[in-house]
Design a protein around this ligand. Structure first.
Ligand code: 13P
Length: 252
C-alpha cells in the first residue's frame, strides 16, 4: 500500500483561538488516517494547537526554523524551541521563504541537518518558477535544488525527509499542475534521490505535491503512483476542504 502524508500549510494565517477552533472541528471529523495528517501552523499557535490535537493522531509542525541552536538571531526560532513544543514536522525551503526571506539551498541544507538530528521530520519544498518551466529547464532546476539540499546527509537520515514538489506557478494561483505534470516531476525527484543514494531510499521516500490542491482535484493527483500526498495551503484553512482531501487519501 502506498504511504501518504496530507500536510496543511497555514502560512501566516490563524490566531491561537482560530487554530484551537480548527483543531476541535478536525478532531470531530474522526479521520481514519489521522496519523497521516499534519498541520504546519504559525509559531504563535503551535503550543495551543499541539495541546488541542493531543490524542487525535494528527501531527503538527512549524513552517521554518533557524539552523543555529541559539544566539543573536533576532526574530528567529531554533530547533530546541520547537522540540520543547513537541512538533513532529517542520517545513524547510518553502518557495515563499526562498523568495521573500532569502532562503538558499545552503541554509536549507543546514536546516535539514539540525532537524534530522533532533528527530523532527523536515518537509523540504522544491519547485520551479514559471520562467524556468517555460524554458523547459524544470528538471535540471529541481534536481539542482535536491542535490544541494541533501549535500552531506547520509542515506539513513535522508530517508526520513519528506519532499514536497511545489511548482511556484501553481501556488496560490488556482492553477494546479496537471496530474501528469505533478506525477512526472515527483517520479523524477524519486529518481534523483535514488541516484544520490540507492533505489530503496528513493522508493521509500514520501514525495508530496503542492500548489492549488483542493477538494475538487486532490483525488486525481493522489491517485498517481509517485505522489504520496499533498502540501496544501489555501484549502487547509477550511476544515471541510482539508478533511475531504485527507479522506480521499484514506480511500486510495
Ligand atoms: P496553495 O495550496 O494555497 O496553492 O499553497 C500551496 C503551498 O504553498 C503549500 O505549501
Amino acid at each position: 500500500m502506498k504511504k501518504f502524508l496530507i500536510a496543511g500549510n497555514w502560512k501566516m494565517n490563524k490566531t491561537i483561538a482560530e487554530a484551537k477552533e480548527f483543531a476541535e472541528a478536525i478532531k470531530a471529523k474522526d479521520l481514519p488516517n489521522a496519523k497521516d495528517v499534519c498541520i504546519l501552523a504559525p509559531f504563535t499557535a503551535l503550543s495551543e494547537l499541539g495541546k488541542a490535537l493531543e490524542g487525535s493522531g494528527i501531527g503538527f509542525g512549524a513552517q521554518n526554523v533557524h539552523f543555529e541552536q541559539s544566539g543573536a538571531f533576532t526574530g528567529e526560532v531554533s530547533v530546541p524551541m520547537l522540540k520543547e513544543l513537541g512538533v513532529g514536522y517542520c517545513a524547510v525551503g518553502h518557495s515563499e521563504r526562498r523568495e521573500y526571506f532569502a532562503e538558499t539551498d545552503k541554509t536549507v541544507n543546514l536546516k535539514l541537518k539540525v532537524l534530522l538530528e533532533a528527530g523532527i521530520t523536515p518537509i523540504l519544498c522544491v519547485g520551479e518558477s514559471l520562467e524556468v518551466r517555460e524554458q523547459g529547464s524544470e528538471q535540471t532546476f529541481v534536481a539542482g535544488q535536491v542535490v544541494e539540499d541533501f549535500e552531506g546527509i547520509p542515506a539513513a537520515e535522508a530517508a526520513k525527509v519528506v519532499i514536497a514538489y511545489e511548482p511556484i506557478w501553481a501556488i496560490g494561483t488556482g492553477k494546479t499542475a496537471t496530474p501528469e505534470q505533478a506525477e512526472d516531476m515527483c517520479a523524477f525527484i524519486r529518481g534523483v534521490i535514488s541516484g544520490i543514494y540507492d533505489n530503496a531510499t528513493g522508493d521509500s521516500m514520501l514525495i508530496l505535491y503542492g500548489g492549488s490542491m483542493k477538494a475538487s482535484n486532490a483525488k486525481e493527483l493522489l491517485e498517481k503512483p509517485d505522489i504520496n500526498g499533498g502540501l496544501i495551503g489555501g484549502a487547509s484553512l477550511k476544515v471541510d476542504d482539508f478533511a475531504s482531501i485527507a479522506t480521499d487519501a484514506a480511500s486510495l
